[in-house]
Design a protein around this ligand. Structure first.
Ligand SMILES: Nc1nc2c(ncn2[C@@H]2O[C@H](COP(=O)(O)OP(=O)(O)OP(=O)(O)O)[C@@H](O)[C@H]2O)c(=O)[nH]1
Ligand SMILES: [Mg+2]
Length: 448
């Protein structure tokens, strides 16, 4: 973790894109960049953009580029930073990076830029982690949580709790130092009430982790039903491509077939399954076993019925076994529905692509009801590290609460109270060990 070295990396994702960015940070950033561009960057003003050409150290022209010079401390890392924006081909990016390395820069480790921003006090740890969340957010709810954390809502809340606890610690110390006058500040009952209030609020925050931990996962949605009801056709219709084989032969799908879709900012993993029926055929039997297993592993089940015929007894029996909270019934083949027959659930045609918008809206509605609790909370815990720190703080505070009720001396209670404050500090990154920092930042991508 040497802060003296100047580091460089490609900051844009691998692959060919519209632009590629090479980021250089450290005390020699400007000097190194100066060796690989056609202008005299040393003489140029900071916080301006310059159009020039990128060169190899032997002055071979690589690309036309925009160079951003950002001198310390007004930069992302807090150090001198130069960003070179080129035309984006992987090869060009790599050559410019290589030129920076040949001119004295070191290849950055994953997350090293953000680590430096943290070490230089530009951001706290919760904010640094939110950048990682922002990059990997799979849906709008995850994005919102990441944005809130980046804006410092979690950090502010933690600082608020800490302030409250510091004032309680001061009162405990006053009780110890001035047993008579101390109680004039706050009685034991008033102290207890304040402490319980903080524990209550911390528990509320702790509970948000239940939803928060699932936030960034994709919703598993499996398509279940008898053979030939149109499960594979629906998978294809939702994915808008011929992912699974569709035939009029019952028992076409044998294995689980997965596909990813996004609906209104939500990420779903669709799982097409083998049609469920009684069979002695070995392969089909294994397929059906997997279908039943998929039901258990899914967040939500689309139970398909065939609108062209009445529901069979075995379909009714299977439907009865389904968990109503996580099942949406869909009647397919709307085009073949006999007149005056009321379809069950949502009526669609996977073949003629009707009713799909209603189905999609229903899926998102279901998901948003699940996440309903989340949208009301301004701050939610998403990282397990934060959850554990809050848990630890609550445990210490409960010890204080019990000790107070049992009349244990203030000296001991102050220690537990300070341990709770320390646990909370870990979230914003005060007193964290190098090992924890390495764990956090090694999960970042290179260039971030
Ligand atoms: N008329 C009509 N036919 C449909 C519709 N949806 C699917 N089909 C037809 O129904 C037949 C079976 O469709 P699949 O999608 O293979 O059904 P499945 O449920 O995946 O069947 P298995 O894989 O055997 O379990 C095919 O011939 C489809 O073209 C629909 O909305 N209307
Ligand atoms: Mg199928």
């Amino acid at each position: 973790m040497s802060e003296k070295k100047t580091i460089a990396a490609i900051a844009t994702p691998p692959g060919d894109g519209g632009v590629g960015i090479i980021r250089i940070s450290g005390p020699e950033a400007v000097g190194i960049a100066n060796k690989i561009v056609q202008i005299d960057l040393l003489q140029k003003e900071s916080h301006k953009v310059y159009f020039t050409k990128a060169l190899t150290p032997s002055k071979e022209i690589l690309d036309e580029v925009l160079v951003f010079k950002m001198c310390t401390p007004r930069s992302f890392t807090g150090e001198d930073v130069v960003e070179i924006q080129c035309h984006g081909g992987q090869l060009v990016c790599k050559k410019i990076l290589q030129s920076a390395l040949d001119s004295g820069a070191n290849l950055a480790l994953p997350g090293e830029f953000t680590l430096r921003a943290f070490m230089n006090g530009k951001i706290d740890l919760a904010k640094a982690e939110s950048i990682q969340m922002l990059i990997h957010a799979k849906n709008t709810a995850a994005l919102k949580a990441a944005k809130n954390q980046l804006e410092g809502h979690l950090s502010q809340k933690i600082l608020f709790f800490q302030e409250e606890l510091f004032s309680l610690a001061a009162i405990l110390e006053a009780w110890v130092d001035y047993p008579e006058e101390g109680l004039e500040f706050l009685t034991t009952e008033e102290f207890l009430e304040k402490l319980q209030g903080i524990i209550f609020s911390l528990k509320k925050l702790e509970n948000t982790f239940f939803c928060g931990s699932k936030l960034n996962t994709s919703t598993k949605l499996c398509l279940i039903g008898a053979p030939n009801v149109g499960k594979s056709s629906l998978l294809n219709a939702l994915m808008e491509k011929e992912r699974a084989i569709v035939t009029p032969i019952a028992g076409t799908t044998r294995d689980l077939i997965e596909g990813e879709i996004h609906l209104f900012g939500h990420h779903f993993t669709l799982i097409d399954t083998a049609g469920i029926r009684d069979t002695d055929e070995t392969i089909e039997k294994e397929g059906i076993r997997r279908s039943l297993e998929a039901i258990d592993k899914s967040d939500l089940v689309l139970f398909l019925l065939d609108g062209s015929r009445p529901r069979t007894e075995s379909e009714s029996a299977l439907l009865k076994e389904m968990d109503a909270q996580k099942t949406i019934v869909v009647t397919n083949k709307a085009d073949l529905l006999p007149p005056r027959v009321n379809p069950q659930g949502v009526l669609i045609s996977a073949k003629h692509l009707t009713g799909l918008d209603t189905l999609k809206e229903l899926l998102v509605e279901w998901l948003e009801t699940q996440n309903g609790q989340l949208s009301k909370e301004e701050v939610i815990l998403v990282q397990e590290r934060h959850f554990k720190a809050i848990q630890q703080a609550i445990d210490f505070l409960k010890t204080v609460e019990m000790g107070l009720k049992e009349g244990i001396g203030g000296e001991l209670l102050v220690m537990d109270l300070k341990s709770a404050i320390h646990s909370l500090s870990l979230i914003i990154g005060r007193n964290v060990t190098e090992e924890v920092l390495n764990q956090i930042f090694s999960r970042f991508c290179v260039g971030k």
